[in-house]
Structures are given as C-alpha cells and as structure tokens.
Write a protein that binds this ligand. Structure first.
Ligand code: SME
Length: 160
C-alpha cells in the first residue's frame, strides 16, 4: 500500500480522477474490512480532489446512518426519501445538485456546502450505502465526477 497519495493539482478534473482512482483501488485491495476501506476512500477523495466534504451513509433498517467521512461534522441519520441522500436511496440513482438551496428538502449539514453529488452502491439489487460529496462551490459536479465516482462505487460494491 502506498504511504502517501500522489496528488495532481495543476491538471483537469478528469486527469486528477484518472491519477487518483488507481491509487484508491490499490489502497483497498487486499483489505477486507469495509469500515477501514470506506474511511480511506473518504480521505483519499477529500484530499485528492480537494472536496469540501466526502462521506458515506449506510442503509441501516429504514434509515441512512452516517459512516466514515472527512470534513465538518454532519447529520447522523437521514430518513428514506429525505434530502439529497434519502432521495438518491429511494430512487436508487445518482443525483447531481448544482445549487443545494434549490433542491427541495435539502438537508444542510453545513451552510458552506453549495453543490453536491450523491451516488448509491448496491448489494443484491438493493441500495446498501450512499456516497455523498459536497463542494463549497456552486455547480461543481458534472458527468466527469459521475463517471469516476461511479467507478469507485463499483469498487465499493465488491466489498459489500
Ligand atoms: N446534504 C445532504 C445531507 C448530508 S450532508 O451534506 C453531509 C442531503 O441533503 O441529503
């Protein structure tokens, strides 16, 4: 396992992801513990891509419960269908929000969060957990983020 992330800053977002993802894959390869791997993934994404907040919410019974994350403290539990995360869970789909103030029912864990992307990971056809990435910039997420973060969720799904 690499001891340090090699982070590229003077490059396009696509190049940054392309450099980071193999490192994340290497970081979790051979480690069976889900919590440890989600924790390292959250850190690698936060510091590798300079995001404001990166974290996982795990489906536990009828709600999402906060899992490993990096960034300011966040709300602990989210009901199905509530906020961006609960909606992504209910609809079993990725959601990109350009302006969180315009998303009905958005749950504001930090007033500094301006846009976000939320992706589900599946186990046996059901959403098992959610990745939530927040930015302090408006409209910071697009199809490039969706492409690479979806690839990351496939890595997560192999651990579930
Ligand atoms: N904004 C999310 C809640 C999680 S925090 O952003 C970390 C939502 O609306 O579901």
């Amino acid at each position: 396992m690499a001891e340090e992330l090699s982070v590229i800053t003077d490059a396009s977002k696509e190049e940054q992801y392309a450099a980071l993802l193999p490192q994340i894959e290497a970081l979790v390869t051979g480690e069976p513990d889900l919590t440890a791997n989600l924790a390292n993934m959250a850190s690698a994404l936060k510091y590798g891509m300079n995001f404001f907040w990166v974290g996982f919410y795990l489906v536990k019974k009828d709600e999402l419960v906060l899992g490993p994350f990096q960034g300011p403290i966040a709300c602990t539990r989210i009901q199905r269908g509530k906020g961006v995360c609960g909606t992504a869970w209910e609809n079993a789909e990725t959601i990109i929000v350009d302006n969180v103030d315009e998303f009905p029912g958005h749950i504001a864990c930090s007033s500094d969060s301006k846009s976000e992307i939320v992706l589900p990971a599946f186990k046996n056809g059901e959403v098992a957990l959610i990745l939530d990435v927040d930015s302090d910039q408006l409209a910071d997420f697009d199809e490039v983020d969706k492409k690479y973060l979806s690839r990351l969720m496939k890595v997560v799904e192999q651990m579930l």
